[in-house]
Design a protein around this ligand. Structure first.
Ligand SMILES: [Fe+2]
Ligand SMILES: [Fe+2]
Length: 307
């Protein structure tokens, strides 16, 4: 008689993630040291402007590479801060304080604060960072409301955290794999991706449970609002017109051209498909009825299939 593998309950899978996090505590202030090299730190093919018909000087390419890295770090710190706020609220109202999920949430919070401290250091080293024009008074007013909405709705938070992990993860993976990426950036990305892989796995365990516990409004936010919030996060935080202005390019025109380019849309679709996969695993009834926003951002059909 064949012996089947012992069933891995969500509790056991979460406890396993916690034990890996406990054994492998990385303090970036001790293990990820150094500074960026001079000039261009991201190779030509991975510059945001790569798909555009632009003749850039070596200096412009260097500026764009440093500014796009700075924008990702800035956006990453803000996203992780929303995660910390949302997870803090979840922890405060968690019904059972002996639940292994709560222990893992605490590990994740600890890891994110270490990431953010590293990102702040890297951002400081990249100074002067180009100002993000979306961080004006109106932009900050809108952002604050979106942060609050996200942090106070668990299912939306889980979806946005996953999107905010998958998109940088793909960008960081491409940078790591390219031989011309700056060594300091590569080491930081490698460290970050290793811990984020566990966070992504945890979100995959948590999302189906949250989905079954959530009301129609929270589900509606994920179905109808999340894709727009992801677009806002990418188009106004992780990438912004100030990057191009710093290199002497027309800021808004270049930003729009980057966002419309096939390379950019492909990148976001590739990063967002695993997020949709997790949503569909949590809500199989959505298959055949994938909302328009998700279809557009992931470039998939109503069943969630890519062409
Ligand atoms: Fe992180
Ligand atoms: Fe994370």
């Amino acid at each position: 008689m064949a012996i089947s593998a012992p069933e891995r309950t969500p509790e056991k899978r979460v406890a396993r993630l916690s034990s890996v996090s406990a054994k492998r505590v990385i303090e970036p202030d001790e293990e990820i040291l150094g500074d960026f090299g001079p000039g261009q730190i991201i190779p030509d093919e991975l510059l945001l402007t790569a798909g555009l018909d632009l003749k850039l000087t070596a200096e412009q390419r260097a500026i764009i590479s440093r500014q796009q890295a700075a924008a990702m770090l800035d956006g990453g710190i803000r996203l992780e801060a929303v995660l910390l706020g949302g997870f803090g609220l979840m922890l405060a109202s968690w019904p059972d304080l002996t639940d292994p999920r709560l222990v893992y949430l605490l590990h994740e919070v600890g890891e994110e604060t270490r990431h953010s401290r590293l990102f702040v250091r890297m951002l400081t080293q990249l100074q002067p960072a180009a100002p993000n024009p979306f961080h004006d008074r109106i932009g900050r007013f809108v952002a604050k409301r979106i942060y609050r909405l996200t942090a106070t709705h668990k299912l939306l938070l889980c979806t946005m955290v996953l999107a905010g992990e998958e998109i940088p993860d793909l960008i960081q993976r491409r940078a790591i794999e390219h031989p011309d990426t700056d060594d300091y950036l590569r080491r930081a990305n490698t460290y970050h991706r290793e811990e984020e892989a566990r966070h992504i796995a945890f979100a995959g365990i948590l999302m189906p449970e949250l989905w079954s516990q959530s009301g129609w409004r929270d589900k509606w936010l994920v179905k109808r609002v999340a894709p727009s919030l992801v677009n806002l996060m990418v188009n106004t935080q992780l990438m912004h017109p100030g990057i191009y202005a710093a290199a002497g390019l027309p800021a808004l025109r270049t930003h729009r051209a980057v966002l419309r380019s096939a390379a950019h849309r492909q990148l976001i679709a590739e990063a967002m498909r695993p997020v949709l996969k997790t949503v569909l695993a949590s809500a199989p009834q959505m298959r055949g009825r994938v909302p328009r926003g998700w279809r557009r951002i992931c470039q998939v059909d109503r069943h969630g299939r890519s062409a």
